[in-house]
Design a protein around this ligand. Sequence first.
Ligand code: SAH
Length: 231
Amino acid sequence: MKQFWSPNSISKNKAMVENLQSHGVITSDEVAKAMEAVDRGLFVPDRSYAYVDSPLSIGYNVTISAPHMHAMCLQLLENNLKPGMRVLDVGSGTGYLTACFAVMVGSEGRVIGVEHIPELVASSIKNIEASAAASPLLKQGSLAIHVGDGRKGWAEFAPYDAIHVGAAAPEIPEALIDQLKPGGRLVIPVGNLFQDLQVVDKSSDGSVSIRSETSVRYVPLTSREAQLRGE
Ligand code: SAH
C-alpha cells in the first residue's frame, strides 16, 4: 500500500518547524506553512536523522542542507515565492527545497529543479511523489526536475522571480543573472573554502545589486566528473 505519511513523522516534522520558529530562524508564516506541509523525512535516506538540524549525506559526495539553511533561504526568497511566481532551484539534490518552493508558488506557479546527478533526479522525483503536498504539483506540471548543468540555469522557462543555488560557486554564473526577472532575487553561496551566502537583486531597470547575508559551508557547484572524483 502506498503510504503518504505517518502521524509520527508528521508530528516530528512539525516539532522541527516549531524549533526553528522558537529560535527565531523562521519568522514567516508562509515559510512555516510550507515546511510543515513538506515532510523532510520523505527526502532523506535515513529517516531517524531527518528532523535533526544538521546536513546529511545523500551519496555522490553531497549532502542535503540543514533545516535552518533551508529555512533561511526560503525566507530570503519569500517575496519572490508568491503564488503564481517562477522559481529555479539549481542543485536540487533530494528535491526537498524544490518541493517547498512548489508548495509556496502553488499550481499557478512554476518550479524547475536542475541537478546534474541523474540518480538524484530520479530519487528526488520519487521523494516528491510520496509527498501529499507536492506530488499533485508534479503531476500537474507546475513542478519539474531535470538533469542538467545548473551553471547554465534553465533557459526554457526564464526569466525567474527567484533562483536558488544549493551548491557553492567560485563566482556567480552569468547565465543565472541573465535568467533573473527584473525584480527577481538570486540566493547563491559563493566562494571556495570560505563562502558567503550572496543575495543578488535585479531591479526593475535591470541593474543588479549584491550583498552577503552570512558565511556558509556548501558542497561545490562543479562538473559532475569533479564531484564524483570528490574534488
Ligand atoms: N538543495 C539540495 C541539495 C544540496 S547539495 C538539498 O538540500 O537536498 C548540492 C547539489 O548540487 C548536489 O545534489 C549536487 O549534485 C548538485 N550540483 C553540484 N554542481 C552542480 C551543477 N553544476 N549542476 C547541477 N547540479 C549540481
